[in-house]
Design a protein around this ligand. Structure first.
Ligand SMILES: [Cu+2]
Length: 156
């Protein structure tokens, strides 16, 4: 009878070990899948028909690893670039930003007067209140997508 008891105890421990391994593996998969989120995304409609408009958003990275954004695209535009507006001697200038780093557990804000998405060659007239899809690409090939709401020309 004692032998019978032992074999039952052994059998019980095997599924437990399996469950522990499974938990460890799914934990690792979640860490690898952690992606930043795009919040408060909007596009400022230009005051007149223009070949470009600016997109703004907050990019929040809740992950333990930093990420680097290296490209952007949108089905609604022919080309999208990351830009930064700076004031040099009182004159506002824009420069193309090759890569944008979002620190671990940090946030990068794209806002009027600073970093922005330059959305060029719009395929249709942007309609106020409509939402246009924009996608950011990370250096590891992963992508973040968000709907950007079109707002009035004067919006800040
Ligand atoms: Cu720009």
């Amino acid at each position: 009878m004692e032998g019978g008891y032992h074999s039952r105890a052994m059998n019980a421990s095997i599924p437990l070990l399996g469950a522990t391994l499974l938990l460890a593996l799914s934990g690792a998969a979640r860490a690898g899948d952690c992606l930043p989120e795009i919040d408060s995304a909007w596009i400022r409609k230009p005051p007149m028909a223009m070949p470009m408009m600016a997109g703004f958003a907050e990019i929040r990275n809740p992950c333990a690893e930093p990420v680097r954004i290296v490209a952007a695209r949108s089905p609604a535009f022919g080309a999208v670039e990351l830009h930064e507006t700076t004031r040099v001697d009182g004159v506002s200038r824009m420069r193309h930003v090759e890569a944008l780093d979002v620190p671990a557990r940090g946030t990068v804000v794209l806002a009027p007067g600073g970093l922005h998405l330059m959305l060029m060659q719009p395929k249709d007239e942007a309609v106020e209140g409509s939402t246009l899809e924009v996608e950011l690409e990370l250096d590891d090939g992963r992508r973040l997508a968000a709907g950007f709401q079109v707002r009035a020309p004067g919006a800040l």
